[in-house]
Design a protein around this ligand. Structure first.
Ligand SMILES: C[S@@+](CC[C@H](N)C(=O)[O-])C[C@H]1O[C@@H](n2cnc3c(N)ncnc32)[C@H](O)[C@@H]1O
Length: 277
């Protein structure tokens, strides 16, 4: 494995800046409040699913891989106490912030998704929130997915909240229809292609029905994803109103986030649920 790749420096620099700018804030690494809220809601549903499936009442071991400043994990440990929460983080400055908050049931450790220090079959669940897209090499990304499969117990679940090219392409199609320019991923992100991912996990992880944890969605379209409507409003409708300007956290966007169920596949950030074979 290449350990000192160029992209590591780029990623560490980017997140050092996030640590300096945002400290403990929930806006660290995610300045869009609707996305943060909907991701948190989905991860809460994930923990509810894990608790419902647990048959023996023992504490769950849950890993937040690429946990940033520990915001999500600390929230979970307060909302669903009694489990063992692990936060794995690559950027020292974010890890320091995560460790500096009082979270009795959380343990934060230095961790590289490509080569994790956890034992085989040792975790009940893993989730990632826009972490693996920071691995800017396809083979390294797929190695990380295989690592997740390795550390999960058989039957354990992986909640993947990461960015995918198809959602970005659909959103850009809608934007260009409306005379808006197409958008590209940020320089520190590499989006996934679902067909490449499915090939890589074959025999390791199987796709589980995401509707089990997509809050507010009970429609028949499996390719509907939880942030689709929000991205359509924030990246297509609202820029039309503002004549191209992209402003975060407006009342316009928050209004629609409150009333619209997810429709279609217009979001690069997607939620996918996998179970270890
Ligand atoms: C977009 S941030 C999300 C942080 C956190 N999940 C959140 O929602 O606030 C991505 C995180 O993944 C971490 N990361 C990047 N590459 C990583 C790697 N190879 N292994 C583990 N974490 C990594 C970054 O340092 C950063 O904290």
């Amino acid at each position: 494995m290449s350990t000192a790749t160029d992209y590591e420096t780029l990623i560490r620099d980017h997140y050092r800046h996030q640590a300096e700018k945002h400290g403990h804030s929930k806006r660290s690494t995610m300045e869009d409040d609707v996305i943060r809220a909907k991701e948190t809601e989905a991860i809460e549903e994930f923990v509810r699913l894990l608790e419902a499936e647990r048959t023996d009442g023992t504490p769950l071991r849950i890993l937040d891989l690429g946990c940033g400043n520990g915001h999500t994990l600390s929230h979970l440990s307060r909302k669903f106490p009694g489990h063992a929460y692990l936060g794995g983080e690559f950027t020292d400055e974010l890890l320091d912030i995560a460790r500096s908050q009082p979270s009795e049931h959380c343990e934060f450790v230095a961790c590289d998704a490509r080569d994790m220090g956890f034992d085989d079959n040792s975790l009940d669940a893993v989730f990632t929130q826009r972490c693996l897209i920071n691995i800017l090499d396809e083979e390294d990304q797929l190695r990380s997915i295989r690592e997740i499969a390795r550390v999960l117990k058989p039957g354990g679940h992986y909640l993947m909240i990461e960015c995918f090219n198809d959602g970005l392409e659909n959103n850009n199609k809608a934007r260009t229809e409306c005379g808006l320019e197409a958008l590209a991923p940020a320089h520190h992100n590499r989006y996934f292609d679902m067909d490449v991912l499915l090939e890589a996990i074959d025999g390791l992880l199987r796709v589980a029905d995401p509707r089990r944890i997509q809050p507010g969605y009970d429609g028949p379209l499996c390719d509907t994803n939880f942030l689709s409507s929000h991205y359509f409003v924030a990246r297509v409708l609202h820029p039309l109103v503002t004549q191209g300007q992209w402003i975060r956290n407006t009342e316009f966007v928050k209004f629609f986030a409150g009333v619209m169920p997810p429709v279609g596949n217009y979001s690069p950030i997607q939620l996918h649920l996998f179970t270890k074979v």
